[in-house]
Design a protein. Structure first.
Length: 100
């Protein structure tokens, strides 16, 4: 079937469509089979990355209290989990706003 394509439209080939379907159907399984397995080297050892980040938080006046809240406030942990693992598991990025 022929379809008129507009500017910015894209067409997926069969492999791309299957990958998308597999990911949407079971994101955790897809990531384990296609992403995590590619991180392992041929010897079976995992690659370890050392990631260092700097955060500029100009409104934080008490860094010790801020760090304490990050570590001990369960709501902070829930929001961070929802922003990372929640999206990996197929939940929407706006769900973080439902945590109260």
């Amino acid at each position: 079937m022929l379809e008129r394509l507009g500017a910015g439209d894209m067409v997926l080939n069969n492999t791309m469509r299957n990958n998308l379907w597999d990911f949407v159907s079971d994101p955790s399984k897809y990531l384990k089979e296609n992403v995590i397995s590619n991180i392992e080297t041929s010897s079976g050892k995992s690659i370890v990355n050392n990631i260092q980040m700097d955060f500029n938080l100009p409104n934080v006046t008490n860094s010790e209290q801020f760090l304490y809240e990050l570590k001990n406030n369960p709501k902070v942990e829930q929001v961070i989990q929802e922003m990372t693992l929640g999206q990996v598991n197929g939940r929407g990025k706006l769900r973080k706003y439902t945590i109260s």
